[in-house]
Design a protein around this ligand. Structure first.
Ligand SMILES: Cc1cc2nc3c(=O)[nH]c(=O)nc-3n(C[C@H](O)[C@H](O)[C@H](O)COP(=O)(O)O)c2cc1C
Length: 269
């Protein structure tokens, strides 16, 4: 819950005004406080801590000095480059990311926004290319079964062009990526589906700034969602479901220009 350093608080009321669940009240002495009966409504979003100009407020033991002060943001042109130039990478260097880059990527996950500030997302991060092998091996076994049983013909009629390379062991699903991140949410999460997609969208954009290539992996999502053996490799806690999958690593391809995609329909009533 919140505690206030009375020697710093200026009684400006910004924490009260910004509280989304309106649980912060002004005490007769003018200091902000959360009445005990309202504590259960707190979303632990830490807006009160972040908004306080005097750094007077501590939230759930998180002190202002532990929070990184606001710094400059990328300008509009750099943001637009990031949006335009992000490509789905399907050719990867067969090398691990430097550990410090991996740590930066993992550390960034803390700031992913979720519906109701639900911090129960779980990420399975494959941080070493050798650890991708069990995923590839099991996927290949499943692919061969799907082809030989005739199921592939039903679920993916166009597969015939790729049949030989699929049977030969080409990695159509994990694209020989050295790393993978899988996000799972509790089955009862209020916004689990959105949370998972937002999580990896944010991961994706940050990865570009570290020169790390990425690829959303819908094929792997379905493999994990539909096949218990594949899912077991993720070591998820009980009650969790896979929400989204992304491959990542150093790209073995570069693009001298952005694409020129067809615009989506925009309705402005
Ligand atoms: C939800 C989602 C699932 C995707 N699944 C795969 C996949 O399984 N394999 C793959 O190679 N690309 C996959 N992609 C990449 C898309 O094919 C790609 O985003 C699209 O062709 C546009 O190319 P770009 O990302 O380079 O702009 C997926 C993209 C999204 C958003």
């Amino acid at each position: 819950m919140i505690s206030v350093d009375a020697s710093k608080c200026t009684h400006c009321g910004r924490c009260i005004a910004d509280c989304v669940v309106q649980v912060i009240r002004r005490t007769p002495g003018g200091l902000p406080s959360v009445p005990e009966q309202a504590e259960r409504y707190c979303m632990h979003c830490q807006h009160c801590l972040a908004v306080c100009p005097a750094g007077a407020l501590t939230c759930d033991g998180h002190t202002p000095d532990r929070c990184i002060p606001s710094g400059p943001l990328p300008d509009e042109a750099h943001m637009m480059n990031l949006i335009r130039q992000r490509r789905s990478i399907r050719l990867y260097k067969q090398e691990n990311l430097p550990p410090e880059v991996m740590e930066k990527l993992v550390a960034s996950l803390r700031w992913i926004p979720t519906g109701c500030n639900d911090h129960r997302l779980v990420f399975t991060v494959i941080d070493d290319l050798a650890k991708m092998e069990p995923f590839r091996a099991r996927m290949l076994k499943i692919t061969r079964f799907l082809i030989k049983s005739g199921i592939m013909r039903i679920v993916y009629p166009g597969y015939k062009r790729f049949k030989d390379s699929m049977l030969g062991g080409r990695d159509f699903v994990f694209r020989n990526a050295p790393h993978m991140i899988v996000v799972a949410s509790p089955k009862d999460a209020p916004c689990g589906r959105f949370d998972a997609s937002i999580a990896l969208t944010q991961f994706d954009l940050y990865a570009q700034s570290l020169d790390v290539g990425t690829c959303w992996c819908g094929f792997a999502y379905y493999a994990f969602a539909l096949n218990r053996g594949m899912r077991s490799l993720l070591q998820l806690p009980p009650g969790y479901k896979v929400g989204a999958v992304m491959l990542f690593g150093h790209a073995a391809v570069d693009y001298p220009r952005a694409t020129d995609p067809e615009p989506y329909t925009v309705i402005r009533p």
